[in-house]
Ligand binder design. Structure first.
Ligand code: SAM
Ligand code: SF4
Ligand code: SF4
Length: 363
């Protein structure tokens, strides 16, 4: 369904004839716009986080299948023509991609993009923060699950905690529009650090967001017992800090934000126990050009093949529009409705189809 540009004060009305009346807004079967794209630039990573890559061996995407920056840029042009105005670069670890700032520069020059962000584990950030900012990156999110170096090693299998903290400092110094820290909260792993992470974010004058442990592809050690729910997080935090007030804002961002009585804000992303699929405007493009309409989707649309075979912009656009119009995915809500929750995809299947991995589709 395409919606005409609404007059001021009117909500957009979807129409059903399938003709593009205004290429700036494409909506899916549940009237959700195509607006945010998570762009994975590599499937490689320099950590092995327990909740994402706990296995000993991985099957990697073939190098020749990885999109060049020019190819990525051409696809982004098609997406922005259809209303995408927010891009988040991700991976794997995006800073492992050679010369990432050149891609940032290319994307930042696109007038249609009003938000260009990056999610990183921060290890290589101290060397790149300034250049990324100078290249035009607006916002940055760094994953930080613990403030304890020994715990970091246990969680990630690498002794890189100091590098991550230095990376966060460098990001703050580089002057991004926003610097955030994301923490996946797991029972008996790091749930005891919620207050210390709040205190750290307050000291650094940045915002921390607590993410519920998700049963996505790649999380092969997931169990319902290890999930700390949003409600539980709020009760841990209110015991420590007193009353917590929800921030009243209308946004399609995944985090709900809260304020402590001293004004400190933080976020919670409750994809597991209180999913927010109803307002989801996000899709994902893997580093080799497969487009996924939902984090939980088992199949994606191959955009690399037509792109490399010389498909016209119109052809690519038609494929994207048709796929988005048919989209009815509510993956996290479907998982919540499932009776017995267990890891989503068995290891054997992940080896056959690495696109199902969280580190391939970018989180
Ligand atoms: N390597 C970068 C990083 O870690 O920030 C970017 C890619 S990573 C796949 C993106 C996000 O997915 C990270 O914030 C990570 O914590 C989150 N993530 C991975 N597996 C998860 C899981 N099972 N549950 C919740 N979040 C997860
Ligand atoms: Fe950890 Fe991100 Fe690497 Fe996954 S992709 S193992 S979350 S650093
Ligand atoms: Fe969007 Fe799918 Fe995540 Fe729901 S599960 S919020 S539809 S990506």
């Amino acid at each position: 369904m395409m919606a005409a540009n609404p007059k001021e004060g009117q909500s957009p009305q979807p129409v059903n004839h399938g003709i593009i009346t205004n290429p700036m807004r494409v909506v899916d079967a549940l009237d959700r716009p195509l607006a945010a794209l998570r762009l994975s630039v590599t499937d490689r990573c320099n950590l092995r986080c327990h909740y994402c890559m706990p296995e000993a061996e991985y099957v990697w995407l073939p190098r020749q299948s990885i999109l060049t920056f020019e190819e990525t840029s051409r696809l982004v042009d098609v997406f922005t023509d259809l209303g995408v105005d927010k891009i988040r670069l991700t991976g794997g670890e995006p800073l492992l991609r050679q010369d990432l700032q050149a891609l940032v520069e290319l994307l930042a020059s696109k007038a249609a993009l009003r938000d260009l962000a990056l999610t990183t584990n921060g290890i290589l950030l101290s060397n790149h923060a300034r250049a990324l900012r100078a290249a035009g990156l607006h916002r940055i999110t760094i994953s930080l699950d613990t403030l304890k170096p020994e715990r970091f090693v246990k969680l990630t299998r690498f002794d890189s905690h100091r590098a991550v903290l230095t990376g966060i400092d460098a990001a703050i110094e580089a002057g991004f529009d926003s610097v955030k820290v994301d923490t996946v909260v797991m029972r008996d792993v790091n749930a005891d650090e919620l207050p210390s992470l709040i205190d750290y974010s307050r000291r650094q004058r940045i915002e921390v967001r607590f993410i519920e442990y998700m049963d996505v592809g790649g999380a092969t050690q997931w169990s319902a017992d290890a999930v700390v729910s949003r409600q539980e997080m709020l009760s841990i935090l209110s015991e420590r800090y007193g009353p917590i007030t929800p921030v009243n804002e209308q946004t399609s961002a995944p985090a709900d934000r809260f304020t402590l009585s001293d004004g400190t804000t933080f976020g919670i992303i409750s994809s597991t126990t209180e999913p927010f699929c109803r307002s989801c405007d996000r899709s994902r493009l893997t580093a080799d050009g497969l487009w996924y309409l939902c984090l939980y989707a088992q199949t994606g649309l191959d955009l690399r093949k037509p792109l490399r075979e010389g498909a016209s912009i119109e052809n690519l656009r038609d494929q994207i529009v048709s796929a988005w119009q048919a989209r009815a995915d509510r993956g996290a809500e479907a998982r919540l409705a499932a009776n017995q929750r267990a890891p989503l995809i068995p290891v054997r299947r992940l080896r056959e189809e690495p696109h199902l991995e969280m580190h391939t589709r970018g989180g």
